[in-house]
Design a protein around this ligand. Structure first.
Ligand code: IMP
Ligand code: MG
Length: 180
């Protein structure tokens, strides 16, 4: 098992690249089944979701769709600040579109709760959420329960595959869990 040290913490490999790839394929299969008659607009939440989105969208090779990006920030260190900041706002018209928000991880659900309200306020006809990871025990917003999930975990801090620890380790090819 691989491990890394970052800012005094030890992280151990939890999902290998092969396991992640299988999870992504399973999510893509579900999305394809639900959207093959539609032309969804994927809204990728930067920064964390860029790796998952790149794999997910290429696994949806046969789906006619559009992709846009939004950048928000809510985290500092290992916990959520509870406030969402729009660093790069929505660049594309979501009015009358079937929107699929692409996230790296849903934790308290605050980010998704606010983003869904934002998409609806801008006229999206439907809004669903695809996330690589989901912490169901930490969910505080009922409407933020994701529709497509790669993998669930409990209340643990994870990094890699787009997920950062104060900006670093997003480039790891696997997902690592902090060692208690
Ligand atoms: P939420 O708004 O509480 O659901 O938090 C969602 C955001 O917090 C995600 O988009 C991540 O950027 C970040 N986040 C939550 N849990 C983790 C984690 O375990 N590792 C790294 N980032 C995390
Ligand atoms: Mg994020």
């Amino acid at each position: 098992m691989r491990s890394i040290d970052e800012q005094g913490y030890r992280f151990e490999e939890w999902l290998t690249p092969a396991q992640i790839a299988a999870d992504v394929q399973q999510v893509a299969k579900q999305i394809h089944a639900d959207y093959k008659e539609k032309e969804p607009l994927f809204v990728v939440v930067l920064n964390g979701a860029f790796v998952f989105a790149a794999d997910l969208l290429r696994a949806l090779n046969d789906l006619r769709c559009e992709v846009t990006f939004i950048r928000v920030s809510s985290y500092w260190g290992m916990s959520s600040t509870g406030k969402l900041e729009f660093i790069v706002p929505l660049q594309q018209v979501v009015d009358n579109r079937d929107v699929i928000i692409v996230e790296d991880i849903v934790d308290s659900g605050m980010t998704i709760h606010q983003l869904k309200a934002h998409m609806r306020a801008h006229g999206a006809s439907s809004v669903r959420v695809a996330t690589m990871l989901f912490k169901p025990n930490k969910l505080e917003y009922d409407d933020a329960r994701p529709d497509y999930v790669g993998r669930e975990l409990s209340d643990e801090f994870v990094v890699g595959y787009g997920l950062d620890f104060d900006g670093f380790v997003r480039n790891l090819d696997a997902i690592y869990k902090v060692k208690e």
